[in-house]
Design a protein. Structure first.
Length: 332
């Protein structure tokens, strides 16, 4: 998915006092673009919270009637220095990238694309999709991995369940379920479904920061109510998390990880370490797509292309927006 807006927003709490160890991050509406723009709810990054572990971006969308919203139509666009994580609740999205991978993602499956030194990809909801609902997340790669060759993994986790709850662990390990998907820092990603009135205590890694996005229903985290579409943040030091679902039950995305410990520079679809790197990534992308602007084809398939050759015949690639007038500052 392409990031079309990066301005952050303050963290808000439901009370004037402390959030009892839980910070609430309120989403902002962001259009993905186009004449019938599909809106997403962005909860990460924000001005006071840029990262949760190495997670640096979270867009939450739907349920959208594709006939009204137009669905997901994101032509070829670039990424550097990150992994994209696609998780769906409803619908189907087709992924294609310049590393040669072509795959669909469906509910209960994860697509993880590692951009490394550079990749380009497209994402389109399939013609049979009538309702689209899911989340797109990014993970910042550490300095030791951010220049690696791009790659892609697809995984369908087996659900684990107990009294009133079901869980699918798509990254990391939790409650005896372990994902084989490659990460480059310690990470956790899971979908949790809770029946009405269910209380679930999870044993978690106390060295991790955690975030819980409420997709549907009503939830309290360690006694703190979290509204639908909000992202609750819990700092390092929580060896357990207690979730309680209200009368509607709840569906939650749980993310977490060890603090990255590195400052990142993030702009548009690029993650780097300096303003100068971002400027260079933008210039190279513009150069690569400008060689045959308007055709939607990659420039000649030369082996030195950072963002890779792309199959011909698709929509024109997305050009990068103009750079800001000020220097882009590191954060994290």
């Amino acid at each position: 998915m392409s990031n079309t807006e990066v301005a952050p927003q303050e963290i808000l709490c439901e009370t004037d006092g402390p959030c009892a160890g839980v910070e609430l991050l309120v989403p902002r509406q962001v259009p993905l673009g186009g004449p019938r723009a599909m809106d997403v709810r962005r909860t990460l990054p924000q001005r006071q919270r840029s990262l949760i572990g190495a997670w640096c971006f979270l867009d939450h969308y739907g349920p959208d009637q594709v006939g009204d919203s137009g669905g997901m139509k994101v032509p070829r666009h670039p990424h550097t220095g990150l992994q994209t994580v696609s998780w769906l609740f409803t619908g189907e999205i087709e992924h294609q990238d310049s590393a040669g991978f072509h795959a669909a993602v469906r509910p209960g499956e994860v697509n993880l694309m590692t951009a490394g030194r550079g990749i380009s990809h497209s994402e389109f909801s399939t013609p049979d999709t009538t309702v689209l609902h899911g989340a797109q997340l990014w993970v910042a790669l550490p300095d030791t991995a951010r220049h690696m060759a791009p790659t892609f993994e697809h995984y369908r986790p087996e659900p684990v369940s107990g009294s009133g709850w079901t869980m699918r662990v798509f990254l990391g390990a939790l409650s005896g379920s372990v994902s084989p998907v490659t990460t480059h820092t310690p990470l956790l990603g899971a979908e949790i479904l809770l029946d009405a009135g269910t209380e679930l205590t999870l044993e978690t890694d106390a060295s991790f920061e955690h975030g819980l996005l409420v997709d549907s229903g009503t939830l309290a985290v360690d006694g703190q109510p979290v509204a639908k579409d909000n992202l609750a943040y819990l700092p390092v030091g929580h060896g357990s998390l207690t979730l309680f679902a209200g009368s509607d039950g709840a569906r939650v995305l749980l993310i977490g990880g060890e603090p990255l410990g590195e400052k990142i520079v993030m702009w548009w679809n690029f993650v780097g370490r300096s303003h100068e790197e971002i400027v260079a990534y933008r210039a190279q992308w513009q150069s690569e797509i400008g060689a045959d602007a308007g055709t939607g084809d990659a420039a000649g398939g030369a082996p030195d292309l950072r963002f890779g050759p792309f199959p011909p015949g698709g929509p024109a690639a997305l050009p990068a927006p103009a750079l800001p007038n000020a220097r882009i500052r590191p954060r994290g």
